[in-house]
Design a binder for this molecule. Structure first.
Ligand SMILES: [Zn+2]
Length: 301
């Protein structure tokens, strides 16, 4: 099912990382710059992530002895130091996820570089080391993102959807390479559960178990075929009581079984890189950007 597969360490059937994007209320301020600060109830919904859900999630990880990855906008790092401290005390990876969830597709070259650099500075100041990975807000990876990440020494990206296992994204401009750890919308919790009239998020709210069924199917396929299982989750959403209750029970069962490699994204990326360099893994390579110019303009002739 997966051609040119990767052999995971210690006989693991697949690799897994629950990647949590701790966006908190950054989403509101960037979408409603004029009056976002007045939206008290939606802010409370999103603040549930850093204040209530993050300690709950980190406690599950502590109990099971696993380390995972949190992508955090730098503004949220400054706004919610308690949550960041909890994550760091647990030994989890903190990766880059914009400054305040701004959209790289709407930025100039200089602006994308500026906000990326500011995020790096804040992560360095907080964790003592530069971030190794990046996920674009809302998967909005721009035509220049890869080159900016390469210039700044990133090891991996987690914004793209081009394969089932790690692959290489290579700059069309410089030839530089980054490991891509792909996911896709079917593994994102937004379409499952995120509903808010006030913020115009209009998704049907599934039950915790029926929403989780999609993750389970994805997991079973990754397990059967040596894939990579990277759910894209948000603490305010998947960290709610009933949903995390279901995730926690699943993790309890699978982590205890011991044949799945749960690791932070930076470790999975480093492993994939080493396997490629040793000639044991023939990874797919994607040249980026795919196009330098608009394609297929038919009308007007
Ligand atoms: Zn996000």
């Amino acid at each position: 099912m997966i051609s040119q597969g990767i052999i995971w360490p210690n006989g693991a059937k697949c690799a897994a990382c629950l990647s949590f994007d701790m966006d908190a209320d950054s989403l509101i301020h960037v979408a409603y710059p004029g009056d976002g600060h007045t939206k008290v109830s939606p802010i409370s919904m999103l603040r549930y992530g850093p204040t209530v859900a993050v300690p709950r999630i980190v406690e599950t990880y502590r109990r099971l002895g696993i380390k995972q990855t949190f992508f955090i906008p730098a503004w949220c790092i400054e706004q919610y130091p308690g949550a960041v401290e909890t994550i760091m005390e647990g030994g989890h990876e903190i990766a880059h996820h914009s400054y305040i969830h701004e959209n790289p597709l709407e930025q100039t070259d200089a602006d994308e570089a500026h906000w990326l650099d500011l995020g790096i500075d804040i992560i360095k100041r907080t964790t003592g080391k530069a971030p190794r990975g990046w996920r674009a807000p809302l998967y909005n990876f721009s035509n220049r993102s890869l080159d900016l990440l390469l210039e700044r020494g990133f090891a991996y990206d987690a914004s793209l959807m081009g394969a089932d296992i790690p692959y290489v994204i290579k700059s069309r401009r410089t030839g530089g390479e980054l490991i891509e750890l792909p996911s896709h919308w079917g593994l994102d919790d937004w379409p499952q559960w995120v509903q808010s009239f006030e913020l115009n998020y209009m998704m049907p709210v599934r039950s915790a178990k029926s929403g989780f069924a999609l993750y389970l199917e994805e997991f079973e396929a990754a397990y059967a075929h040596g894939g990579l299982w990277v759910p894209v989750l948000h603490p305010f959403c998947t960290g709610r009581l009933a949903r995390w209750h279901v995730f926690d029970a699943f993790l309890e069962k699978v982590v205890r079984r011991g044949d799945v490699w749960f690791a932070p994204m930076e470790e999975i990326a480093a492993y994939a890189r080493a396997e490629i360099d040793a000639g044991r893994f023939q990874a797919m390579t994607d040249l980026l950007p795919q196009y330098e110019q608009p394609v297929g303009r038919v009308f007007p002739r």
